[in-house]
Design a protein around this ligand. Sequence first.
Ligand SMILES: [Cu+2]
Length: 646
Amino acid sequence: MITRRLFVKAGAWAGAALLLPWTWPRRRAFAAPLPGGTLNPAAIGKYGQPLIIPPAMPRSGRALIARGGMADYYEIAVRQFEQQILPPDLPRTTVWSYGSANHPGSFNYPAFTIEARWRRPVRVKWINDLKDPATGDFLPHILPVDPTLHWANPPGGSAGRDRQPGFTGTPGPYTGPVPIVTHLHGSHTTQESDGYAEAWYLPAAANIPAEFATEGSWYDTFKADFFERWGVAWEPGAAVFQYANDQAASTLWYHDHSLGITRLNVYAGPAGFYLLRGGPGDAVGGKLPGPAPALGDRPGTAYYEIPIAIQDRSFNDDGSLFYPDSRAFFDDFAGPYIPHGDIAPIWNPEFFGNVMVVNGRAWPHLEVEPRRYRLRLLNGCNSRFLILKFSEPGLSFWQIGGEGSFLPAPVELPQLLLAPAERADVIVDFSRFAPGSEIVLQNIGPDEPFGGGEPGVDFPVADAESTGQVMQFRVVPLAMTDTSTPAHRLRLPRFVDLGPAGKVRQVSLNEEESEEPPEAGPRVALLGTVSAGGLAVPLGWDDEITENPALGATEVWEIYNFSEDAHPIHIHEVQFQVVDRQPFAGPARPPESWETGFKDTVIAYPGEITRIKATFDLPGRYVWHCHILEHEDHEMMRPYIVGAIR
Ligand SMILES: [Cu+2]
């Protein structure tokens, strides 16, 4: 049976007593590409380039681990290089991404896929290699860094790092060495390996100014913890993290998480899939389409399981990535900026690109046989919510998994809503299409912030000529008989509820307007708590810890969204279940059919309480945050601590 997606109607909650009248000016796009760089998206030919299917990341060896057993060992660096993202009649693009430091050919945007096995640990030395290979000097950012945010701030030295610096005049962009710390999104891992936002580190470059902090405030603590736990020391310009892989098989991804600069570090390219397989969470009755890329594959191997990362980007005529270098790009507010007002000069409250880039190529095509495919879809956009559908009526997505596990049963969906950082494990059946058929994966989400509602009714859909198209599937003759099980007949692993919650806590999502000058526009996005009277208590990154679950506790978090936008909320360390959603004035409704497995990112709609339930079974310091990267970078992230506070 086809499940119709039900959305909250924007406006249904208007008049709710708790809603504060914040507004975010937005640029509306009606049948026109969004503004961006100097390259007009209409000048980019579509579907000429084949989709790149990221190969498996080569290992650097095996590591004997302190408590016995072996780990898969990787040495993975972030580097700068050029890649043909646009069609070959247009210039190459300078990007950053990850690759195996021992395998020079493995650097690609997006990064190669880490293939992990259940309960087999993976240890990664993550190297910040943003250096000029000829001189050893650091490479500055390829995008405009706003130095006025509360951010990593290496020039502040050890006293001023991870702070909002003071200025006597409005500064230009930061051009110094770039902090990096990698987070495995969705992983169940100990604190020192989680990629804490203040555990960043600069490259070990020859010309780092002496007064600069070379590491974030928590780097040394976690370095000592890691040494104590595993007997391995971190070198300058690197950190070693270890992932236990003791969670359910799922689609994870890795990307940078440095304080106040993640939006730029991710937009520049560094991100990759991490696929965890095996164990009871992968015990599917029936056969899934496969294989996926594996180590040692012969060239030309046919893949029927394919990871697909969808990202919006904008470009300049010279092929370079475009990202706004002024607040004025967002809403024409031309100052006064910090320190003469409270609006940051460069940061934009959200960013929407006008070109769809899939696995590192603009509008690619994929040849598919008339058979079933398993696609691991990732919304890797900074701000954009995607609503995917196929151009062929009746062709649907059979979703079998989300971020943290399989769903209890396959769900057939005519369209697929994916917030930034959400993943959908889907089966698509092309078997009824004749060779020569061409099918476009479309996007009918908005070219602006998402607030819920129906495409074309509650918001204009994305521009049909640019961001309304994602990629093309071209049907070619069948090469190999399809022995996979039809999606509706798959028996997926049982979903085990986390059980009763010992504590219910209230947290809040908030957007604040400028005060100086008044009504200049959106200033900052904040998490927070909720007062006994039901009012928002917005809090910043440096405010006292308010979320402190006991070790092993199962809690319900009620996420009150007091803002006008939907926010994808991500909690580190845990995979949670969605309990329900409830408008401030109205009855609760159950999770959507595609949200019935474990998740690590959930859409919190405006004017609603979104309830999630999680068990916090690892002690330490983690974060929860909005995964609109522009929000995350400007205070919409909070530390939380499981167990004793230190
Ligand atoms: Cu947000």
